[in-house]
Ligand binder design. Structure first.
Ligand code: 4NP
Length: 155
């Protein structure tokens, strides 16, 4: 089982969008049984809250299924539970390390480091632009899945 945790600041916009985009992507390839996919926040701001309507609207527009979401904060124990802990921007990576400690097993990544054009994913909570967020997330998730296939991690 490949265990993936997507992480952003609030766990209501970017990381749940990545969670459902990636779930949909692996399901369409018939690979869903090989994965456990979830998302979490680094901050306490939105704990318990549902996804932002901008994220839900975008998932609905793209016909990507999603379930009832409840934002949660990443915990120190998640470091052992997951194989890939994937942040959206540089500040997420710093915050993740502050919570889980030293990345001794090299599990912490930035989503667009799996793309041909590594960069941060801007926070739509501030930009209001969920279209750019969605395109960036698809680019990152596509690159991540290609990486797993190329490295024979996914069969
Ligand atoms: P996200 O966006 O990190 O993509 O979920 C945010 C949502 C809420 C807050 C910040 C970012 N907030 O400060 O409440």
């Amino acid at each position: 089982m490949i265990k993936v945790l997507f992480v952003c600041l609030g766990n209501i916009c970017r990381s749940p969008m990545a969670e459902y985009v990636f779930k949909d992507m692996v399901k369409k390839k018939g690979l869903e049984k090989q994965f456990s996919i979830a998302s979490a926040a680094t901050s306490y701001e939105e704990i318990g809250n549902d996804m932002h309507y901008g994220t839900k609207d975008k998932l609905e527009e793209k016909r990507i299924p999603y379930a009832k979401h409840k934002a949660r904060r990443i915990e120190k124990q998640d470091y052992e539970k997951y194989d890939y802990i994937i942040g959206m921007e540089e500040s997420n990576l710093r915050n993740i390390q502050r919570i889980v400690g030293n990345d001794k097993d090299n599990k912490i990544y930035k989503l667009l480091d799996f793309s041909k054009n590594p960069r941060d994913i801007a926070d739509p909570w501030y930009t209001g632009n969920f279209t750019v967020t969605y395109e960036d997330i698809v680019e990152g998730c596509t690159g991540f899945l290609e990486y797993l296939e190329k490295e024979n991690i996914v069969k």
